[in-house]
Ligand binder design. Structure first.
Ligand SMILES: [Ca+2]
Length: 216
C-alpha cells in the first residue's frame, strides 16, 4: 500500500526535472523540485538562497564590498559580484553570485536553527567562465569549514554554465547558525559562482523525500 504514493512522488519529480531542463539548468531545477516536495517537512532555512533580491542590473552586475548586503546575505570578506539577469545563466531563476568581485569574497547569512538538529545544505555551483580554469572555495558553518569545493570551467560558457549540485550537512549547535560561502580563488576577478542555496532540516521519519537517492 505504501509503495504507491511513493512511486507517484518520484514520477512527479521526474516530470518536473524534464520540464525544467527544457529551459534552464537541469541540475538546479531538480533541486527546486525536491525542495518543493519536502517544504512541509523543513524548518525555516536561509532566505533568498537564489540571490534574486535586490534586482541587479540586467546584463550586468553589482559589485558588493565587505559590509554590503545582497538581500539577507552580507559580504563579510573581500568583495563579490551580484550577477543580474542575462549576464550569464543562473541555476535558479535569474540571478547568481560570483564569489570573486575584484578579489575573493565571502557571503554569509545567519538563520534560526534548532540545537542538535542535523541540517542539509544544497547549492548549485559553477564558475565565472573567465580567468583561471579551476575555481576553489569553501562552505563554512559558524566560521568552521565544512566543505571545500572546486569547479572546472573548461568547456563552459555564459550560456552553458554547467551548474552542479553540491550538498553538505551540519549539526546546529545553537539557536542561530551562520552559513558562509567563501572563495579561495586568489588573485582573480573570476571566481566560483553559487546559486539556489537551500537549507533544510534533515528529514527523519517522513517517507516523502530522497527516497530515490538516500536514506533521509
Ligand atoms: Ca538565482
Amino acid at each position: 500500500m505504501s509503495a504507491r504514493p511513493y512511486v507517484t512522488v518520484i514520477a512527479a519529480l521526474g516530470l518536473l526535472g524534464a520540464a525544467a531542463g527544457a529551459t534552464q539548468a537541469t541540475t538546479s531545477h531538480q533541486h527546486s523540485a525536491t525542495s518543493t516536495a519536502t517544504s512541509t517537512h523543513q524548518a525555516r532555512g536561509v532566505d533568498d538562497g537564489s540571490f534574486e533580491y535586490p534586482t541587479a542590473p540586467a546584463n550586468s552586475f553589482t559589485n558588493v564590498a565587505t559590509g554590503g548586503a545582497i538581500g539577507p546575505w552580507t559580504v563579510t570578506r573581500g568583495n563579490v559580484d551580484h550577477i543580474g539577469r542575462g549576464f550569464w545563466q543562473a541555476a535558479e531563476r535569474n540571478q547568481s553570485v560570483d564569489l570573486n568581485g575584484g578579489a575573493p569574497g565571502t557571503v554569509a547569512q545567519t538563520f534560526p536553527t534548532t540545537p542538535g538538529t542535523t541540517y542539509s545544505i544544497t547549492y548549485a555551483l559553477a564558475g565565472n567562465p573567465g580567468g583561471p580554469a579551476v575555481k576553489t572555495g569553501r562552505v563554512l558553518i559558524d566560521g568552521q569549514t565544512v566543505q571545500d569545493f572546486t569547479f572546472d570551467i573548461t568547456g563552459k560558457t555564459r550560456t552553458n554554465m554547467g551548474y552542479v549540485g553540491r550538498q553538505v550537512t551540519f549539526v546546529a549547535r545553537s539557536a542561530s547558525t551562520t552559513l558562509s560561502f567563501a572563495s579561495t580563488t586568489a588573485n582573480s576577478a573570476h571566481g566560483p559562482v553559487i546559486d539556489d542555496v537551500v537549507v533544510r532540516a534533515a528529514c527523519c521519519s517522513c517517507s516523502c523525500d530522497r527516497g530515490a537517492t538516500g536514506k533521509h
